[in-house]
Design a binder for this molecule. Structure first.
Ligand code: MTE
Length: 330
């Protein structure tokens, strides 16, 4: 996921941290442009900030939700400007540069949207997203998103507790894990036409992690529907884990008995584990995880801060991992 070997404690604006660069050499060569795009992405953020962008989504994003339930989550946090959160993204289905998801997802079709529910559950089948989440259930939660690449942002999400959604499918006692899958549609998602990923993008959680009240099934941000580049129409937000666990554009949920295979741990098992809890004490093999660049940041304001255990959510989630060696189960 990263292209620099220098110590990440030297986090600077020019440091380009890009998960995609793990890919094989041929892919890497092809991605000469991809690396440059990564740099472009950082520049884009800086440029966006210079233009003095506001926090709010533009008026053109008309699909605002009404009557979102406010919650105390993260109310003291300084939220990232909308333009930053929607133009510096990882959504490899649309390309490997940080601004590719925004530039290449404009035509992505997200209605109608169904989710297939399978496996160890009482209620399985194909469900319309609108039947799974009702607008009246929506709440806003401001969470820190910490990417494994050592940058982070604070984002106001709109959605519901993932556990509330999953319980409605009546998982059986055999459902020890839950697996999620992103849409596979190479016609709409250009990077799925090649590359080293074994598409579709896959993720998974232990069932008790998924049921933790912090885990979120999100359909919006900044009070409006999710922009395509942020995982429309529905994604996970698992704030105590590295961002790659927060899978976007979900079309499949499967309740399973054994730990499912996940995209990044298939691609580079020594670098990306199943658990992927934010942990400043366990470095990535190629860089430290002790610090992070909180976006927005720039050359003159690097905004490097210390990374917190479980991204600062220890009180809510540490008990899930009692007795586990987190350097082994990274
Ligand atoms: N989900 C899918 N389907 N494809 C992706 O490439 N990238 C992950 C995660 N979810 C990714 C994904 C990574 S690495 C991160 S850091 C977050 O999405 C980024 O979310 P954001 O772009 O909304 O900030």
């Amino acid at each position: 996921m990263l292209i620099r070997n220098k110590k990440a404690s030297d986090c600077t604006e020019s440091e380009v941290t890009d998960q995609s660069v793990y890919l094989n050499r041929r892919q890497f060569m092809k991605m000469g442009g991809g690396v440059a795009l990564g740099v472009g992405g950082v520049g884009h953020v800086a440029a966006a900030l210079q233009e003095g962008n506001s926090l709010a989504p533009p008026a053109s994003l008309t699909n605002s939700f009404q009557n979102i339930i406010e919650t105390p989550y993260g109310s003291a946090e300084k939220v990232a400007p909308f333009d930053v959160a929607t133009s510096y993204n990882n959504f490899y289905e649309f390309g490997y540069g940080k601004n590719d998801p925004k530039d290449k997802s404009a035509e992505f079709k997200t209605t109608p949207w169904t989710i297939t529910v399978e496996g160890e559950a009482g209620k399985t089948g194909v469900f319309d997203l609108d039947d799974i989440i009702k607008e009246s259930m929506l709440e806003e939660r401001i969470y820190r998103l910490r990417c494994v690449e050592a940058w982070s942002m604070v984002i106001p999400w709109v959605g519901v507790s993932l556990g509330d959604v999953l319980r409605r499918f009546e998982p059986t006692s055999k459902a020890k894990y839950v697996y999620f899958e992103t849409l596979y549609d190479p016609k709409q998602m250009p990077a799925q036409r090649g590359g080293s990923f074994d598409w579709p993008y896959r993720e998974g959680l232990r069932i008790d992690e998924a049921m933790n009240p912090l885990a979120m099934f999100a359909v919006g941000m900044y009070g409006s529907v999710l922009p395509n580049q942020n995982g429309a129409p529905v994604r996970l937000v698992i704030p105590w884990k590295y961002g790659f666990k927060s899978i976007k554009s979900i079309v499949k949920i499967r309740f399973v008995e054994t730990m499912p295979e996940t995209t990044w741990s298939l691609l580079a098992p020594s670098e990306y584990g199943f658990y992927a809890n934010v942990n400043p004490n366990v470095d990535h093999p190629r860089w430290t995880q002790k610090q992070e660049r909180r976006l927005p940041s720039g050359v003159l304001f690097p905004n490097v801060i210390d990374t917190e255990m479980f991204n600062g959510y220890s009180e809510e989630v540490a008990s899930l991992y009692a007795g586990m060696d987190l350097s082994r189960f990274y």
